[in-house]
Design a protein around this ligand. Structure first.
Ligand SMILES: NC(=O)c1ccc[n+]([C@@H]2O[C@H](COP(=O)([O-])OP(=O)(O)OC[C@H]3O[C@@H](n4cnc5c(N)ncnc54)[C@H](OP(=O)(O)O)[C@@H]3O)[C@@H](O)[C@H]2O)c1
Length: 349
């Protein structure tokens, strides 16, 4: 059924299904803590995920939000050179589209992708090839070349869990990380990115990270994916958290966004709810459209209130009658007291 209804390739659909599984895992894990209550993968996540095409990304990035355009500061005198890692991924490509749509007098984005195929995919979506570079964040040389002279980097790389095709004793699918284990991608790769930013980017570099909610709970189900009996492997949220702490201690200007479950819905149609430490205050919803996360990541470069902040982000349902669509991205963070407490959870040695 999946492969007969979708216009895109089997590979694309495979990635879509994996994303849904990942989101479901996050939601299911989150529900095991006191702070979260059960959510089933719902109409909003399933319907849109299965309907996703590359056109979705163009529309999501460029559409005018129902509540009006997000407030963005006017053009700066000099455009900022921004490296977007994981630009071929589902959130990274939206960030690219958003930066480009703000105009080259504001941003000169460079999308870092790992393969020629990812580069071609972005080109098909309208990203000019001069704004795409091929590099691997586990390869310091290629990363440093890509980072040269950048004013900011938005990190959208991640290990991506995928079913191996095998089942465990309880009949549940076993997951692996075919594109790299979290220790390699989410810790060492991000560490390389932060080090390269320090060494090769401009003196005022700002590092923005797309991370994940759930980091306060070492037993979060996402951590158990691809974890071996001896405790090695997997632990994606632990390795992400280690990289976040490393960034904060680097002295670079930072913004760390922890989204809830990512869904492929239009952006700019919901009230966003920000918080810290996996709090469930403000809405029972556990999800947020990738397009809204991309807007938050770009807003991080545009408002002082995002500097040196680490926070969670979810959204109220689109049809929530009492909500007000978020347009003032600056105020969102001005109104948020505090930052993520990194003494909670666990940081691997
Ligand atoms: N899915 C969810 O529900 C959910 C919820 C909360 C947070 N998050 C987090 O949100 C972030 C964005 O998620 P997403 O679903 O948009 O990500 P995604 O589509 O899985 O993209 C990840 C990207 O990272 C790239 N990458 C991996 N290893 C690399 C390497 N060594 N060098 C260069 N690039 C590399 C991948 O490239 P290849 O395509 O070449 O492998 C891919 O393009 C991730 O950190 C994710 O963990 C996800």
């Amino acid at each position: 059924m999946l492969f007969t209804t979708a216009p895109s390739t089997r590979n694309n659909m495979f990635v879509v299904v994996l994303s849904l599984l990942f989101a479901s895992s996050l939601i299911m894990t989150i529900t095991t803590t006191d702070a979260f209550t059960p959510v089933t993968p719902t109409q909003e996540s399933t319907s849109t995920t299965l309907g996703m095409t590359t056109d979705y990304y163009k529309r999501a990035a460029k559409s005018t939000p129902r509540g009006g355009k997000p407030s963005t500061p006017s053009s700066k005198a000099t455009p900022r050179n921004v490296l977007v890692t994981g630009a071929g991924g589902k959130t990274g490509r939206l960030v690219m589209q958003k930066l480009l749509s703000r105009g080259l007098d504001n941003y000169i984005p460079m999308g870092l992708v790992r393969t020629k195929e990812s580069k071609e995919g972005l080109e098909k979506e309208g990203v000019p090839s001069c704004h795409i570079t091929i590099a691997d964040i586990t390869d310091v040389n290629s990363l440093e070349q890509a980072m040269e002279g950048k004013d900011a980097v938005i990190i959208c790389t991640s290990g991506t869990p995928a079913p191996t095709g095998e089942m465990n004793a309880e009949g549940r699918p076993i997951f692996g990380y075919p594109n790299g284990q979290p220790e390699q991608v989410d810790w060492l790769g991000q560490k390389n990115t932060i080090d390269a930013a320090k060494a090769k980017a401009s003196s005022h570099t700002h590092v923005v990270v797309c991370s994940s909610m759930g980091g306060t709970d070492p037993d979060n189900m996402l951590n158990t994916l691809a974890r071996n009996a001896d405790g090695t492997g997997g632990n994606i949220l632990l390795w992400k958290r280690k990289a976040e702490k490393y960034l904060i201690e680097s002295g670079l200007t930072y913004t760390i966004v922890h989204p809830g479950g990512l869904i492929d819905e239009e952006g700019g149609r919901r009230e966003l709810v920000v918080g810290v430490d996996d709090s469930q205050a403000g809405t029972e919803s556990r999800v947020i459209p990738r397009a809204d996360v991309a807007e938050l990541l770009v807003a991080s470069l545009e408002h002082d209130s995002y500097q040196n902040r680490s926070f969670d982000a979810r959204s109220k349902p689109e049809d929530d009658t009492g909500s007000t669509i978020t347009t003032d991205y600056n105020q969102l963070l001005v109104d948020l007291p505090g930052n993520t407490d990194y003494t909670l959870g666990k940081i691997p040695e």
